[in-house]
Ligand binder design. Structure first.
Ligand SMILES: O=c1ccn([C@@H]2O[C@H](COP(=O)(O)O)[C@@H](O)[C@H]2O)c(=O)[nH]1
Length: 226
């Protein structure tokens, strides 16, 4: 569940309605900028596993320090951008390995908002699938736990890398819901069938008239597909 709220109070009010057994929560750049580490700790203290989604992308030393700080906060998962390269990912992995409770470390491959044209505009030659596969190979070689990708690439990655890498898939849209700014969207049941491990869902829940029911409907779809 992506807690993409502008105010910590909104996030905490919503969290108060949720059972930590029904979902984990993701804190991204906007909410972290206003709520900071205190909000992360409050979510953890309420029993939720927290994915701190700050998508670090910087020189190796800086990313290592940021990952270490996230690990010390007690988060369940933290991520970097795979296009930061091998040395950056190696440094991130080494940094969290030295912490008491290392979080899962994942790498963003190609953002789910990208389509073929927008990716090409960034100078990447080749298809989205090729780029996702290439960056997943780098992440796996660096010993990361997995990658963030669209569930559209999940089957390909399972075929190429097997069952071990954790596949985290944003861009989830229940059938009939708005794509918003996402392009590579997949329904919850399809994502599960393709081999995704952790589905990230934000606006289909946060912008629903009844967010709690929207989440329950997604959980029910996943349970009947499992
Ligand atoms: O490739 C990526 C990586 C991260 N995200 C994040 O996931 C959520 C998706 O929110 P929706 O409202 O369900 O679209 C959001 O926090 C993104 O920052 C992503 O969408 N794609």
């Amino acid at each position: 569940m992506a807690l993409d709220y502008s105010e910590p109070a909104q996030a905490l009010t919503f969290l108060g309605q949720l059972d930590p057994g029904s979902c984990r929560v993701k804190i991204g750049k906007e909410l972290f900028c206003v709520g900071g580490p205190d909000l992360v700790r409050r979510c953890i203290d309420s029993g939720f596993d927290v994915f701190l989604d700050l998508k670090y992308h910087d020189i190796p030393n800086t990313v290592a320090g940021a990952c270490r700080a996230a690990a010390r906060l007690g988060v369940w998962m933290v991520d970097v951008h795979a296009c930061g390269g091998r040395r950056m990912m190696d440094a991130a992995r080494d940094a969290i390995q030295g912490t008491p409770r290392p979080p899962l470390l994942t790498a963003v491959t190609v953002l789910t908002s990208h389509d073929q044209q927008s990716l090409a505009e960034t100078g990447v030659v080749g298809s989205i699938d090729e780029q996702v596969e290439r960056l997943t190979g780098l992440a796996v070689a660096s010993g990361l736990d997995g990658v963030v990708c669209s569930a559209r690439e999940a089957a390909l990655l399972r075929e190429r890398f097997g069952s071990v890498p954790v596949l985290v898939t944003p861009g989830i849209r229940p059938s009939g819901s708005s794509a918003d700014d996402q392009t590579r969207i997949v329904t919850p049941a399809e994502a599960l069938a393709a081999g995704a491990n952790h589905l990230v869902v934000g606006r289909p829940i946060t912008r629903a008239a009844d967010p709690k029911s929207a989440l329950a409907a997604i959980v029910a779809e996943l349970q009947s597909a499992a």
